[in-house]
Design a protein around this ligand. Structure first.
Ligand SMILES: [Zn+2]
Length: 128
């Protein structure tokens, strides 16, 4: 554990879940606008399994406009998994606890500040 109290972890989980729900609603809206009737069909068959529906809908649609939201949803999903396994709050690169302030702002963060900025630099360097 990364020194986070059970209360804090429960709070984080709540935040992640409500953020996921909001994102999911936004994604649904976007899909509705982009795919139209086909989407309604997909949704009608998938309504009971919203989580799976998110995954399969997004797997089936390679809409670039969903990019950032899709990434955020995936990050949230991973953070929720880390909450389950008890590795939440630890940087996945260096294994050090992620700064509490950082988690406060970005509860789905999986990297500490240093590793995140390093990765950004790397992405910028290789992205050109
Ligand atoms: Zn790190």
């Amino acid at each position: 554990m990364a020194g986070l109290s059970p209360e804090r972890l429960a709070e984080v989980k709540d935040r992640l879940l409500s953020r996921k729900r909001n994102l999911w609603l936004e994604v649904k809206d976007q899909l509705k606008t982009s795919i139209g009737d086909g989407y309604q069909e997909m949704l009608a068959t998938a309504r009971d399994e919203e989580d799976q529906a998110t995954v399969s809908l997004m797997a089936e649609t390679s809409l670039t406009l969903l990019g950032p939201k899709r990434q955020e949803l995936e990050a949230i999903e991973e953070a929720l998994q880390r909450l389950e396994t008890g590795s939440y709050g630890l940087c996945e690169v260096c294994g050090q606890p992620i700064q509490p302030k950082r988690l406060e702002i970005m509860p789905e963060a999986s990297l500490c500040r240093d590793c995140a900025s390093q990765r950004e630099k790397l992405a910028k360097a290789t992205g050109r």
